[in-house]
Design a protein around this ligand. Structure first.
Ligand code: IPD
Ligand code: CA
Ligand code: CA
Length: 267
């Protein structure tokens, strides 16, 4: 497999898709909801996913594609090459703010992340990585992350996990947010992974993410030495929803051991 060729191909597809998204602002957007009233999807999420799938199927007919909007393949194993795509991560931001959303793409071989991309469409910023060859913010190589203390750490977390919820003992999460330096919530898991990878955040935690939210970012994070697992400390799986944490080395263990108590259904 020529990964240089696939890398260049993926980057040009992403840039073309980003242009389409920016152009979409000149026309009315159709908004629907999915699992619940706040789970939004637009005609643009669907069009962009179809754009990627049409191209990839034509140019790499033996590759599989998992896409959030369901136009890809019904994938049961990660054997072979699998593209894992979220055409717009942060759809609520896309609809309400027209910023703070990203295209997220990971390309996996037999379950191992080879290429990862997060494209901040509005800023034209591409975070990208190739396995064992380092991670980049546009053309700038990202340095390896160093350890930090919780008291100096800024943590990405959604406020829902600090309120009583079905997944985790929220009182321990309250302790975590009291003991860290500050918290942020950007509304796009992919962007939050990009921010951990660039050191703008020190950790990001979620109780429920899907493979397409994290497949691109996991490759980038791993190249800078960030640790990403589920909240049981197990390696990521890319065929189902799960809990999630990505953090600087050291901080990852510290948070999991002292502040995360999963409830019965997630243990
Ligand atoms: C969502 C965003 C959000 C996260 C949700 C995801 P979507 O993705 O990443 O930050 O908290 O769990 O579903 O629906 O905008 O692609
Ligand atoms: Ca998403
Ligand atoms: Ca999405």
């Amino acid at each position: 497999m020529n990964w240089g060729v696939i890398d260049r191909y993926a980057k040009s597809l992403i840039k073309e898709a980003g242009h389409k998204i920016r152009m979409s602002f000149f026309n009315p957007i159709h908004i629907d909801s999915k699992a619940n009233a706040n789970d939004l999807v637009t005609n643009i999420d669907r069009e962009i996913e179809r754009f990627f799938i049409g191209r990839i199927k034509k140019d790499f007919p033996d590759h599989k594609i998992i896409g959030e909007e369901g136009f890809g393949d019904r994938v049961e194993t990660l054997e072979g090459v699998t593209w894992i795509l979220d055409p717009i991560d942060g759809t609520m931001n896309f609809v309400h703010q027209k910023r703070n959303f990203a295209i997220s793409l990971g390309i996996y071989v037999d379950g191992v992340g080879m290429l990862g991309y997060i494209y901040d469409v509005i800023h034209d910023d591409l975070y990208h990585a190739k396995k064992d060859e380092g991670a980049y913010f546009n053309d700038e190589r990202l340095p390896k992350l160093e350890k930090t203390l919780l008291s100096d750490a800024v943590i990405g977390i959604n406020a829902s996990w600090v309120a009583p919820n079905r997944h985790v003992d929220h009182e321990k999460v309250v302790e975590l947010i009291r003991e860290c330096r500050g918290t942020r919530s950007y509304g796009s898991a992919a962007m939050e992974l990009a921010y951990v990878s660039t050191g703008r955040l020190d950790a990001y935690i979620s109780m429920r993410l899907s493979p397409w939210d994290i497949a691109g970012g996991a490759v980038i994070a791993s190249e800078v030495g960030a640790i990403s697992t589920n909240l049981k400390g197990e390696r990521l799986r890319f065929l189902e929803q799960d809990t999630f944490i990505v953090a600087r080395p050291g901080l990852h263990d510290h948070i999991l051991s002292n502040y995360i108590r999963l409830k019965e259904r997630d243990v």
